[in-house]
Design a protein around this ligand. Structure first.
Ligand code: ARG
Length: 588
């Protein structure tokens, strides 16, 4: 559907032209004085010099041409030359009715769908998920849903950290504990057991123990490094252990991400990139992109316009081992070959930015990625505790994701059952749903690149700019609609009021902005803009609700108009929270 701002811009451009002025002066913005009007045009001021005229004269000329416009109910030229614009209610009402009947609520989906790969989540196998991985999952999931909503083809890839030193550590510790296992017998000829020699909880204990030992004990560390090396070079027994680790961990990760309503299309990892490394390195050497520097193989990525030094991208250590950058480049080889992406978005901690500058430049320079493919780093800030330091448990340890979620759910449960009689089962489910909204909205309402404070009390509040407040608003609408239906009335085919009260019009004006808001959130990969929008929308609705007797309205036609407006408000809010990655309960 045509954006409301396009309607306005066209009307203004035509009026400037009809009055003898250039169309380019007809720029319209949201009003600085919402008490007087909704939109304004400052073009008369901008044109004053070119036309040697007082701005107010130009403004008056333009206003005269806007008379009878279907868009506006009131147009004023105001000193020194503002043009104040008030939208016509019938025009807005018709626009909303059209939105309501459109399956995409008037959204302008792209007619040129792009193939987009989003690299997010990025957990490290065998290490417990912690809150650091929470942000990547939440933001990445939302960006994926926004891009899909705009009509693009999107693949979300978890990009597991499954090939590193942690694997060598686990193998080493396992060997110490259970040397009798066949994986460590170099002469073993039979089939390795199908059952893993550990459970997920054992695994989660083995890793930190091994990691602690390696820090203390140089010999142990050497063993772990050597085990990593053997694994990466195809050691049979270690590969079998690696498969067990993967199986046990991935099952657990799947459960954890499902609890977060985060869903990956691809469960690939660093290990999947390894097969592409030898040929890639061979080519980069042959074509002169990579050269040896201090024993290591590197690709220069410094550019003339750089104001600071960008170190070369290292792709092989002097001992022949590959590095983080090698894996990311090889992953791009695989992605280009398998998916031909137009765009690859990385949702990763912003402290890794330099790494991605190096990788992107190396990928472009060497032709690993075609020049027209866009590589985008979406770096996020740190999640801090109330003390402003990275989030910790009360005891000062690293907070595990499941514990954090449990804590939020408990808090929600308390609030939900406070002074109310709710069935245990229902209260638990509601606490889950609302808790998810509290966490996700708390995160996404901040611009991703900024650090933010994870404040359980604030995030779980039913008031203010929070997820629960948004859900509460939706639940309130659902309840009114239910009561209306209980009166035996139909909720289809209703039209919003052509004449509206003040708070009603404010709500209508918030709704018409939905399509351009969503487009903008996609273009800027900015879920926080959706949060800001639904907060305004929820406020506009609640204001309207408090000022209006909706169900008690005696004029049946007017009441139907209210109901139509509620239906659309609910649809828009639900569509927005869906792309943010959470949903509303029936009651709360
Ligand atoms: N596993 C990495 C970490 O925990 C994040 C991976 C990010 N994605 C990537 N393609 N490098 O830091």
């Amino acid at each position: 559907m045509k954006r409301i701002s396009d309607f306005i811009a066209e009307e203004l451009a035509a009026a400037f032209e009809a009055a003898g002025y250039d169309r380019s002066y007809a720029k319209v913005t949201l009003s600085n004085r919402p008490d007087l009007c909704e939109y304004q045009c400052n073009g008369a001021m901008a044109g004053a010099k070119a036309y040697h005229k007082a701005p107010i004269m130009i403004a008056q000329d333009v206003v005269a041409k806007l008379e009878g416009s279907g868009c506006f109910c009131d147009v004023q030229a105001v000193n020194p030359g503002f043009i104040n614009l008030k939208l016509d209610e019938r025009f807005v009402a018709d626009y909303l009715d059209e939105m309501e009947t459109d399956e995409d609520l008037g959204l302008n989906k792209t007619d040129n769908p792009k193939m987009i790969v989003i690299d997010y989540g990025g957990p490290n196998v065998a290490k417990p998920l912690h809150v650091g991985h929470l942000r990547s999952a939440i933001i990445g999931e939302s960006v994926k849903r926004i891009a899909r909503k705009m009509g693009h083809n999107v693949l979300g890839d978890i990009h597991l950290g499954d090939w590193g030193y942690q694997m060598g550590l686990i193998i080493t510790e396992l060997k110490e504990r259970k040397p009798e296992l066949p994986y460590f017998d170099e002469n073993f000829k039979g089939e390795y057991p199908a059952e893993a020699p550990f459970t997920i909880s054992e695994l989660e204990e083995i890793y930190p123990t091994a990691s602690g030992k390696a820090k203390e004990d140089e010999e142990y560390r050497e063993c772990a490094l050597h085990a990593t090396y053997l694994l990466q070079n195809g050691h049979k027994g270690y590969t079998a252990i690696w498969n067990h680790i993967m199986h046990v961990s991935v099952n657990d990760l799947k459960k954890n991400y499902a609890n977060l309503n985060v869903d990956f299309d691809l469960w690939k990892g660093e290990s999947d990139a390894q097969a592409y490394i030898p040929d890639m390195i061979e080519r980069l050497k042959k074509e002169g992109f990579a050269h040896v520097d201090d024993g290591a193989l590197v690709i220069d990525v410094q550019e003339e316009s750089d104001t600071k030094e960008i170190p070369p991208c290292m792709i092989q250590k002097s001992d022949g081992a590959s590095l983080y950058g090698t894996t990311d480049l090889a992953t791009l080889v695989q992605r280009v070959k398998d998916y031909h992406p137009d765009k690859v978005i990385y949702v990763v901690d912003k402290r890794q930015e330099l790494h991605f500058v190096q990788v992107f430049r190396a990928a472009k320079k060497t032709g690993i990625v075609p020049s027209e493919t866009e590589l985008k780093f979406l770096g996020f800030g740190t999640m801090n505790g109330k003390d402003g330091k990275p989030f910790k448990t009360r005891e000062g340890g690293v907070m595990r994701l499941e514990n954090l979620i449990a804590e939020i759910q408990e808090e929600m449960y308390k609030k939900i059952t406070d002074n109310r009689t709710v069935e245990e089962e229902e209260a638990k489910n509601t606490a889950k749903t609302v808790g998810m909204a509290a966490i996700k909205y708390g995160d996404l309402s901040n611009q991703a690149s900024k650090d933010y404070v994870f404040d359980v009390d604030r995030f779980t509040s039913f008031e203010g700019n929070t997820g629960p407040y948004i859900l509460y608003t939706i639940v309130r609408i659902k309840s009114i609609l239910n009561k209306y239906q209980e009166e035996g009335k139909a909720v289809t085919g209703l039209k919003v009021n052509q004449q509206s009260g003040e708070s009603e019009k404010a709500l209508m004006l918030a709704l018409v902005k939905y399509n351009e808001m969503m487009e903008n959130a996609y273009e800027e990969l900015a879920p926080h803009k959706i949060c800001a929008y639904i907060y305004d929308l929820a406020n506009a609705f609640n204001h309207f609700y408090h000022e209006t007797k909706i169900l008690a309205e005696e004029n049946e036609a007017k009441k139907q108009g209210y109901i139509a407006l509620l239906i659309l408000t609910k649809k828009v809010l639900e569509s927005c929270i869906d792309v943010l990655g959470f949903e509303a309960p029936e009651r709360m």
